[in-house]
Design a protein around this ligand. Structure first.
Ligand code: SF4
Length: 380
């Protein structure tokens, strides 16, 4: 059994929905007090084992909409029920449109030691298009405030590949970002999800998305540009100033280690079973109040699913897939099992073996989806 686990807390509230977003969140904030009570109860009920916790992550939604005293209460509950590592990484996602310096100072005091700031862009037109509630100026100010409040582990989220994005325009965002020198940068390629307002615009022909070639060019440009500024491209969308600044929490997902997910729509994983909570604040609260776990469903992972998951997650990373680990877990040689697929990848220089690891090249990562599809057809 792995004794180092992670905790993810889903905060399903937003001031306003951004047009591209398909994360679960709702806009009425009046349920926050009952949500907090339910969350405490869920943590208390599911925490029998006093597992050792090495990372805690408040994601959303917009966790920075929670009052700091509630965040403190939740951290205390976790501290009472789990064995929290002394060097635990505690991240909170913040939206620059919801906070000020005072909030950040108080956040630091209650034990948040890493901030993930949802900047998305330093261009007001782009922010407006995305439906963000803040301006570029507000974002810059909040990053400055974060430093003043004493945060020394700051990550910035940016989005690229929106319909009218040019290479020059995206580079402007990246230039602004590196001038600020955050410890970590997440650069997400925009995906237009069906059912979102952006998906609707696409369906009606009101926007023309960038084609995959243009997206691939932006992806490679991002990696090359950031590497000049000493950012390590350690996962397909993530860059850190040295390996000490990698997100420990997200790295655990990519290492496929167990985690607890608390809150509506949160997923949990214990190496054998995956479970997920109801994607409805009301049902979540009702279940907890009636003494039930708010679990919507569980799934026992098959050997094939675990194999697929390992390949899918590890090929996103800089280090890639550990061949020895694969052999130990599945009693098969990765090279023998997937010879044909691997030959294909190697022939096109999309991947390479390095010692006991197999990783995709930068070009290979632009073909990640089709590579995953090839593995999936063989395994599942
Ligand atoms: S703030 Fe974040 S979670 Fe909320 S709607 Fe926008 S992208 Fe989605």
């Amino acid at each position: 059994m792995c004794d180092q686990k992670s905790i993810y807390i889903h905060v399903p509230f937003c001031v306003k929905k951004c047009i591209y977003c398909d994360f679960y969140s709702e806009t009425p904030l009046s349920l926050i007090p009952s949500y907090i009570k339910s969350l405490q109860k869920e943590i208390e009920t599911r925490s029998g084992s006093r597992d050792k916790i090495s990372t805690i992550y408040f994601g959303g939604g917009t966790p920075s909409l929670l009052p700091v005293k509630d965040i403190e209460t939740l951290l205390q509950t976790i501290g009472d029920k789990f064995s929290v590592s002394r060097d635990v990484e505690v991240t909170l996602e913040v939206n620059p449109g919801t906070i000020d310096l005072n909030f950040l100072r108080r956040l630091k005091k209650v034990g948040i030691n890493r901030l993930s700031i949802g900047v998305q862009s330093f261009n007001d037109d782009k922010l407006k298009f995305l439906g963000r509630i803040h301006t570029a100026g507000q974002a810059v100010k909040i990053i400055d405030h974060a430093g003043k409040a004493g945060f020394d582990n700051i990550s910035i989220d940016l989005i690229y590949g929106i319909p009218f994005e040019t290479e020059t325009r995206w580079l402007e965002d990246l230039k602004q970002a590196v001038m600020i020198t955050p410890h970590h940068l997440s650069c997400y390629m925009l995906t237009i999800e069906p059912g979102t307002p952006l998906g609707e615009k696409l369906k009606k022909g009101l926007i023309s998305p960038l084609d995959s070639m243009a997206m691939s060019r932006l992806f490679k440009k991002t990696s090359r540009f950031l590497s000049k500024f000493k950012y390590e491209h350690y996962e397909i969308s993530n860059f850190s100033r040295g390996s000490q600044n990698r997100s420990k929490h997200n790295s655990k997902y990519w290492d496929i280690t167990p985690y607890y997910g608390f809150g509506p729509a949160a997923h949990s994983y214990d190496t054998k079973i995956r479970s997920w909570n109801h994607q409805s604040i009301e049902t979540y609260i009702k279940d907890i109040e009636s003494g039930r776990l708010p679990v919507e469903d569980t799934e026992i992972l098959t050997r094939e699913q675990k194999m697929m998951e390992m390949i899918m997650l590890r090929l996103r990373t800089l280090e890639g897939l550990d061949l020895e680990k694969f052999q130990i877990l599945f009693h098969r040689s990765f090279q023998n099992e997937f010879r044909e697929i691997l030959d294909n990848i190697l022939d096109q220089s999309l991947g390479r073996f390095m010692g006991h690891e197999f990783a995709l090249t930068l070009e290979g990562k632009t073909h990640l989806n089709s590579i995953i599809e090839a593995f999936s057809q063989k395994i599942l």
